[in-house]
Design a protein around this ligand. Structure first.
Ligand SMILES: Cc1ncc(COP(=O)(O)O)c(C=O)c1O
Length: 404
């Protein structure tokens, strides 16, 4: 079996290594944790690599997309537009038209304006389009990153009855088919996740009763957690299927026969564990009591959103054989924000050594500042099992072309 770090000798660093067998394992685990029958969407934002998308598509997952780039990724994966849900708070006419032309017939609308624009596009394309109404409900327990349940650009406020009534009215060639909630990502544990779903279901059914809507599809979102850039296992949810089954029986009695279809979404749980980042130590420096390990991967390669202070700081920890030195892991960029870990454990760090950061298959390269300081984008290699290379590629950022 090939040690993961040896791929650095073949393809250089920084290098993302993705394992499709890990993607399959995660998908099986999540399916087993969810009640049946339900639909599962893969949130392409977590990792838009077409082979990752293709693997999940082959396993029967639908795709949740929210940009033209993600539409390209699903097209490259051979995933049909008819099995996509298009989401996002600021959809343009151009991207909505591109989605409709690619066969997407299901959108999540986030406001009355978003719904009107969708109706205009559907009329222009002379295509019938369905939509969910995304709700901004009430907040429940603790979570990693809360998206609704407070002032938010996402969803229609459940207190705004006039806006709810308007978005649930059929208009032209668009018609509402249900609701969408996605209150939070990376929720702490199983009880918190069950609380989140209980709250969402109660909110969704209350809204649908108020506006007199009978749903064909209820998308309860996700919040399934995964470790990031440090060793660790995906959480297990042994009691989730039964707890959710009970909640669904109470709120949506026809769900077991698909009336309505119930859906969930996940990005990080499905792909987080499939990725490892290989990075080479370029320098080891002592400065006033701190050891800095300077890597060839910084926030341009990993965790850019934490680098710019938008998320909780990255606390990367490479795979490590034993107790080592407490060091600061920094990248090569000329900014003090280029930090992957203030304190990580590295055994005897040396120039030329290759470190492996695990659990970066979700929100790794795709959530990084790839254009910042103009370094080459990290290469990505896709394996099936530890030894079989399926694909190697590197995104190119050029100087661009003149546009008129
Ligand atoms: C609407 C929506 N769906 C799905 C996701 C994916 O979340 P995660 O990767 O935590 O599963 C997000 C993340 O922001 C989201 O906004």
């Amino acid at each position: 079996m090939t040690a993961v770090t040896s791929w650095a000798d073949v393809y250089g660093t920084p290098l993302y290594v993705y394992r499709l067998d890990e993607v399959r394992r995660a998908a099986e685990d999540l399916r087993a944790a969810l009640p049946s029958p339900t639909r599962l969407y893969y949130s392409v934002k977590a990792n838009p690599h077409p082979l990752v998308v293709a693997e999940l598509s082959r396993l029967g997952l639908h795709a949740e997309v929210s940009s033209v780039g993600e539409l390209d990724a699903v097209a490259a994966a051979g995933h049909p537009g008819g099995r996509c849900l298009y989401t996002g708070p600021g959809k343009t006419v151009a991207e909505t038209l591109a989605a409709v032309r690619q066969g997407v017939t299901l959108f999540s609308v986030e406001s009355t304006t978003d719904r009107r624009r969708l109706a205009d596009v559907a009329a222009r394309a002379d295509t019938a389009v369905d939509h969910l109404v995304r709700l901004n409900g009430t907040a429940s327990g603790a979570s990693g990153l809360r998206m609704t349940g407070r002032p938010s650009p996402f969803g229609v406020d459940v207190t705004d009855t006039a806006a709810l009534r308007e978005t649930f009215e059929p208009q032209g060639r668009v018609r509402p088919v249900g609701v969408h909630v996605f209150p939070a990502t990376n929720v702490a544990d199983e009880p918190a996740l069950v609380d989140e779903f209980a709250q969402s279901l109660a909110t969704a059914t209350d809204v649908m009763e108020r506006v007199g809507h009978r749903p064909r599809l209820v998308d309860l979102g996700g919040g399934f957690a995964a470790p990031f850039a440090a060793p660790g296992e995906r959480p297990r949810y042994p009691g989730l299927a039964a707890a959710l089954g009970g909640l669904l029986d109470g709120h949506l009695p026809g769900w077991r026969s698909g009336e309505p279809t119930v859906a969930f979404e996940s990005g990080r749980y499905l792909t987080g564990g499939c990725g490892t980042l290989l990075t080479t130590v370029l320098d080891v420096k002592r400065s006033r009591g701190t050891t800095y390990v300077v890597l060839d991967a910084g926030v341009n390669v990993l965790g850019g959103m934490s680098g710019i202070g938008r998320l909780m700081g990255t606390a990367a920890q490479p795979l490590c054989d034993g107790p080592g030195d407490a060091v600061s892991l920094v990248g090569p960029l000329c900014t003090p924000l280029d930090v992957l870990a203030r304190t990580a454990n590295v055994v005897d760090p040396k120039v030329g050594m290759v470190l492996a950061l695990p659990n970066v298959g979700a929100y790794g390269l795709t959530a990084s500042l790839v254009g910042f300081l103009g370094r080459p984008v990290a290469a990505e290699v896709v394996l099936d099992g530890p030894d079989d290379v399926v694909d190697v590629r590197r995104l190119e950022l050029g100087q661009g072309r003149e546009t008129t």
